[in-house]
Write a protein that binds this ligand. Structure first.
Ligand code: SF4
Length: 261
């Protein structure tokens, strides 16, 4: 049985985003009403049908947005892929998500918290697709800061250069990738990450990074499914970061068909 990676290795941040989605629905409704009501008082004096026409146009727009948000909420609550149209999913992931993050910022919610919520939701959306991807078509993408700062070996470009001394998590990740027969790459930034993705053409990415990089990476890579795993930063950002190997392993076990020898 495929383990449910979704709930086990993610922070319980989904509720925050679902709450914000609900608030967004309420805001869209109120705003639409105001946008209709205020000018319709004047429109009525031009022609009695004008407020109705204006209301229909505005109502359709509001219905579209609320429909998208509701589908997203239902997808998240039921764990089923309810998006029948790829275009609708794109609108939600590419445009509504950042809108919700901006709204959360307006309410004074911590950016990291919002991005963690975005990543958790993205992972759940990927989970609803019930993917099983061959190891050859999967890529583990890591940030450079996971490598020990003092390590003299250059592993960007070829992670197999690592001699597996065990002073950083690269060793454990390499062993994991080898066990599954998965390609692993280290990127120093978004540009290199994009280049690696274009070259390797994976069908699934398990990406390890901080909140900011994962959020932009997930959005940039769309429609490619990305499972985001947050790194740990005991020494501060971008320096000797760490990873909980079981979190990566759970993601692989849930979505990857290991390569047979
Ligand atoms: S495991 Fe050792 S050799 Fe490999 S990258 Fe880390 S510090 Fe360098």
């Amino acid at each position: 049985m495929v383990p449910n990676a979704n709930d086990s290795y993610e922070h319980p941040r989904k509720r925050l985003f679902i709450l914000l989605l609900g608030v967004a629905c309420g805001l869209v409704l109120s705003l639409s009403f105001l946008l209709w009501w205020v000018p319709s008082v004047g429109l009525d004096t031009i022609h009695p049908m004008l407020p109705v026409v204006f209301g229909l146009i505005l109502g359709s727009g509001a219905l579209l947005i609320i429909g998208g948000l509701s589908l997203l909420i239902l997808t998240l609550l039921t764990g089923r892929d309810l998006f029948m149209l790829q275009g609708l999913r794109k609108i939600v992931v590419k445009y509504l998500f950042p809108g919700i993050i901006a709204m959360g910022r307006l309410f004074g919610i911590d950016r990291d918290l919002l991005q963690q919520s975005f990543i958790a939701l993205n992972n759940q959306l990927v989970h609803t697709k019930r993917l099983r991807v061959p190891a050859e078509k999967t890529l583990i993408l890591l940030p450079h800061c996971i490598q020990l700062f003092d390590c003299a070996i250059k592993i960007t470009g070829d992670v197999d250069q690592c001699i597996r001394c065990g002073k950083c998590d690269i060793k454990g990740l390499l062993e994991l990738a080898q066990r599954y027969g998965i390609d692993m790459a280290v990127a120093t930034g978004g540009t290199l990450a994009r280049k690696i993705i274009v070259e390797k053409r994976p069908r699934l990415i398990v990406a390890v990074a901080c909140e900011r990089d994962l959020t932009s990476g997930i959005r940039d890579s769309y429609p490619l499914p990305v499972i985001g795993v947050l790194n740990k930063r005991p020494h501060g950002p971008c320096f000797n970061t760490e990873i909980l190997l079981p979190e990566v392993e759970q993601a692989l076990a849930a979505y990857v068909i290991p390569k047979t020898a």
